[in-house]
Write a protein that binds this ligand. Sequence first.
Ligand code: PMP
Ligand code: GLN
Length: 381
Amino acid sequence: MKFTSKLPNVGTTIFTVMSQLANTHNAINLSQGFPNYPSDQKLTDLVSKAMNSGYNQYAPMAGNLDLRLAIANKYQRLYNSSYHPEKEITVTAGATQAIYCIISAFVRPNDEVIIFKPAYDCYQPAVEVNGGNTIPIQLSAAKNYKPDWNEVTSKISSKTKMILINSPHNPSGTIWSKEDMLQLQKLTENTNIIVLSDEVYEHIVFDGAQHQSACLFDGLKQRSFITASFGKTFHNTGWKIGFTCGPETLMEEFRKVHQFNVFSVHHPSQKGIADYMRDANTYLDLNEFFQHKRDLFLSLINGSEFKFKPSQGTYFQVLDYSAITDENDIDFAKRLTTDYGIASIPLSVFNENHHDDKVLRFCFAKTDETLVKAAEILNKI
Ligand code: PMP
Ligand code: GLN
């Protein structure tokens, strides 16, 4: 069979590679981002209840209406921002499917999509498989991954179809300020640029900072899709339920792709999550829950050879190992897994031209016991 790959530069995602290596070597797995403790039994009970009370057939294409209402209420309550549950919110198979379908619905061959690197790894292939060109903006570890708005200005052209942003940011654990969002708003004013704002970590922001959702800025809201993931918020990444919200005219186009991509997603989980979200503390308590884990992890490794700036959001902490070795980050991450029994994610895989800042990402969505064991290992390196 002869064919030309549409994605010649894509291999197996680093999350699969590192998790498999961790399993083979029985290493503590702080690589792929997922909790190693159960999600709340109240939630699993509500999903079971939904399964036993008639929610086993197709959900509406846009999602279970109770869930869309719960999402709309959350935006109203948290951001004083209104999204019409029937026209402006769609439930998706995780944020990944939302991101893919947003890009597919709008990006044509040779359109340009600006992405900030290090970038979560599903963005670029989704652009390229649709014939678009990614225009990377490499953020600097030394500047704590702050965007340079003059550089962003210089990358915008008549071909720019979309700008993809992600705060709180995976993998760096940094967040964008209100000023950053205002800059983006100003730059996109009077353009037809669509903003895809990946906000899957919106409820994991530390030290009293406020999440700067795109919906808080009128000029951004009218051109933005926001993507979110219940997997991150309710500790069940395996369920793959998320959603996107955006203005009606954009959402209509999104659903043209979504309906022929998955049509709809697991119905009982949607109903269970809708009922669970009646109590807003189910997501409002998350900042504190993860801040405790971040603080525990950092206090335990404070005397180690790793250097760090505390994560501002997400459940990831980046550690700089330049005082330990000058090996490249992929080799070092692999060696830590095989020889020391701790798995992490090298950041270079998310960077332009595999730029290597000698930093690794560690996931602290783990039991305190696991974090203690992980720290014992890190302190010996
Ligand atoms: N965006 C970012 C920044 C992520 O970290 C992830 C996954 N952790 C996703 C999107 C995908 O989310 P989901 O698992 O809901 O598809
Ligand atoms: N988002 C998770 C992470 O960053 C991984 C998701 C995946 O494995 N595709 O670790």
